[in-house]
Design a protein around this ligand. Sequence first.
Ligand code: NAD
Length: 418
Amino acid sequence: MGSDIPGLYNMTPEERMKRVMLETGLSVEDVEGISQGGASISILDGMIENVIGTFELPVGIATNFIMNSTERLIPMAIEEPSVVAAASKAAKIARINGGFTVSTTDQIMIGQVQICDLEDPGKARDILTGKKQELLKFANSRDPLLVKFGGGARDLEFRILDSPVGQMLIVHILVDTRDAMGANAVNTMAEALAPGLEELTGGKVVLRILSNLAVKRLATAEAIFPKEELGGKEGVDMIMKAYYLATVDPFRASTHNKGIMNGVSAVVRATGNDTRAVEAGAHSYASVSGRYLPLTEYHINENGDLVGRITLPTAVGLVGGATRVHPAAKAAIKIMGVKTASELGEVLAAVGLAQNLGALRALAREGIQRGHMKLHARNLALQAGASAEEVDEVVKRLVKSGQVSASMAVNIINDLRK
Ligand code: NAD
């Protein structure tokens, strides 16, 4: 498969789908789920409560991605223009030097059990430390299927925290959740352990729930972006200056990381995973040092090229939740060709880095609005009442006028109809 498909931009949605099928070997049945209306209301009715309908989003394909020598097409579900184009452009620049080098840690999620009202939290911790193996064995008895797939509870960690209601002992259950995101698996184990922890310590358990700060489930991506593609030395210096602002200013770091999550969340959404879980993980990881920092790092190498790197928590799965229920999610996984949750995490890291480089490059060079303008103009033209036949001409005139506004769109439509 090749992920560099020149001209995809100029095709119709049907032609693009055919091309994606050709590149990925997807069958007609595979792609049906990602076509308009692919998910039947009976499937959707089983996903949440009180269902009355659906809310459709476009799924676009980001091109040009290579990760550890594997070509991947990336489906992204998002309402915001320019995200897919920016990721594809940055991936094209990265592929000059072989694309993205990606890796992950183990797929360990953390469950928290909060034990309060302890007379001696240190003593309680020592008692539980002595019972660790028994407790882990008991936790694993709650999810034999996960254990069968090579996962399960691996370790317990203990933290004693001061709080306005006194000291509390926090037990972390470290669970290898394999190809599941793992929230339900971890919550089940945490809840099952709670009565035993109360009995052993004499304390009172309050919360028993997963932590979204998944510091033991990290994905990393790195790429070299040649200076020639970034406006030479001057362009690279501009990008470094823009990046350094994010390292010293949370007002910028917030937007820097939002741009990263444009790409990450679009892939998480397309695969039926939990966008809030990944976003909470990313932003809390960005501030794990006590200061809110950018998720990416950059430096200039000996050639003067820009080297980018990202590490972020990636609590995503290929089983569980909506991932195997929603037909569009199943098709998205097939398009990417990922076989494990760890590979999906690596995709998220590469897309996050690409998105960030794409945004920094555009911001430092020409400002973001120029890239946004054409799609923005299209939205304005449609809102102003342009028909299918009129819309292209209205967009052309709007952009040419240099005044992309709702009132200008109305004027142009009126002129056209005279
Ligand atoms: P799940 O419970 O539906 O599926 C996971 C289970 O599938 C495992 O426990 C295991 O028994 C089984 N399994 C089968 N094959 C497996 C394999 N190869 N690898 C691993 N497990 C396998 O789903 P989940 O992943 O535990 O939970 C995900 C859902 O939980 C998401 O929808 C998320 O929105 C939701 N959730 C999130 C939070 C949070 O983020 N704080 C809290 C609660 C629920």
